[in-house]
Design a protein around this ligand. Structure first.
Ligand code: AMP
Length: 386
């Protein structure tokens, strides 16, 4: 009996636990919050990730360790990996590299993965000079500890520099800052992929994503982009996984801009843009992650039809319109409602793009969520010529 320890007890841990039950896996979760939603499904150890006494207790309970949250201190992952009995995946070195947007983008460049122009920012003078060099619009971001558009300031014109500096200057010491050129992308896509302990690499079909205020709102798979683009994206993901000797599922977020792909970031964990794989793929991102980190063979990543995932942010809507659809799947993470919080999602899966359009239109009407759903419907109509 293998017990998987998960650092971070949010919805990703929860969906890993759900996927791991048929494999006969057991789970223990660690999170600073006593109400972490994965704690509803598995034993939860509550405390700071840096608490060595708690880590030591956690270590006695688990055989492998993985993450639901990439900002777990790399030192805690390193501490656990010093225990020879425990396999920590992805390994702490990979985690540390991609936790920092500057080292991450520097690595992308080294591997010939194109990136938007970027600059390390240590002072307001650095920022001013970089904005002049790069031009506007551009985005000032924290290097570490940012996610879902948090810790970001959009500089729309040169006059915004002071406001951007005031908003994020306090982060210079603790998190560091990076300035990135704004990419006028046509689409945002992600490769969700996995690599096993013995180096096998498998990717799910490319996913197109829509964000609102930096937070994922909807995902559509497969993304309708030319085959060469898909292969380019897979090539970048594979190169990255091999370089990092990565084990597990990860996502590489890319901007598709004028026929080119530019890498935004790598998430060293299962990813929101891969939630559709639960119902839309032969084997989900969650199951393959568990297979990888426990040393089992990876499963097939082929799609079953066409899938669209809709995120529920803040509060759960009424389930009826989704549950009434033949291909509608409901996921409630068991969280208390709170502004900006990911509390659940739905995946609509159908056998054809036409059927997916019809199903999405019904959900949009039933839930009064036209603004969230219609961009996906428009993309399907444009891509498949309806
Ligand atoms: P991030 O936290 O870096 O994933 O950013 C969240 C979202 O903000 C992305 O998915 C994009 O929609 C947008 N964004 C971030 N960086 C850029 C950029 N350099 N150019 C254009 N949009 C961006």
């Amino acid at each position: 009996m293998t017990t998987v320890g998960i650092l971070g007890g949010g919805q990703l841990a929860r969906m890993l636990i759900l996927a791991g039950a048929p494999l006969g896996l057991r789970f223990v979760v660690m999170d600073p919050a006593a109400d972490a939603c994965a704690g509803q499904l598995a034993p939860l150890r509550v405390g700071d990730y840096r608490d060595e006494a708690l880590l030591a207790e956690f270590a006695t309970e688990v055989d492998v360790v993985t993450f639901d949250f990439e900002n777990v201190p790399a030192a805690s992952a390193l501490w656990l990996s010093s225990n020879e009995r425990i396999a920590v995946s992805p390994h702490p070195g990979a985690l540390a590299t991609v936790q920092d947007r500057l080292s991450e983008k520097t690595l992308f460049r080294k591997l010939d993965i194109p990136v938007p122009e970027f600059a390390d920012i240590r002072s307001c003078d650095d920022l001013r000079a970089a904005v002049v060099r790069m031009g506007t619009p551009c985005i000032l971001k924290t290097r570490r500890l940012g996610y879902d558009g948090k810790g970001q300031f959009r500089i729309r014109q040169p006059g915004d520099v002071n406001a951007a500096w005031q908003a994020l200057a306090a982060q210079v010491e603790q998190a560091g800052l990076i300035l990135e050129a704004f990419v006028p992308f046509q689409r945002e896509v992600s490769v969700v992929a996995g690599r096993s302990r013995d180096g096998e690499f498998r990717a799910w079909p490319l996913t197109e994503n829509w964000h609102v205020d930096g937070v994922l709102s909807a995902s559509l798979a497969p993304a309708s982009v030319p085959l060469e683009t898909v292969e380019l994206a897979y090539g970048y993901a594979k190169k990255l996984a091999e370089h990092l000797d990565y084990v597990g599922t990860f996502a590489l977020e890319l901007f598709h801009c004028d026929g080119r792909l530019l890498a935004n970031e790598m998430a060293p964990r299962v990813h929101n843009s891969g939630h559709w794989t639960i119902e839309g793929a032969e084997i989900s991102q969650f199951e393959n992650h568990l297979r990888a980190v426990t040393g089992l063979p990876l499963g097939a990543t082929r799609m079953r039809g066409y899938a669209c995932m809709l995120n529920w942010i803040g509060a759960m809507p009424d389930a009826k319109a989704v549950l009434e659809a033949a291909g509608g799947h409901w996921h409630d993470y068991g969280k208390e409602p709170r502004a900006g919080r990911k509390v659940g999602h739905a995946t609509m899966r159908e056998d054809s793009p036409e059927a997916l359009i019809q199903s999405l239109l019904k959900v949009a009407d039933g839930l009064n969520r036209q603004a969230q759903v219609l961009p996906v419907v428009d993309a399907l109509r444009r891509d498949y010529g309806f």
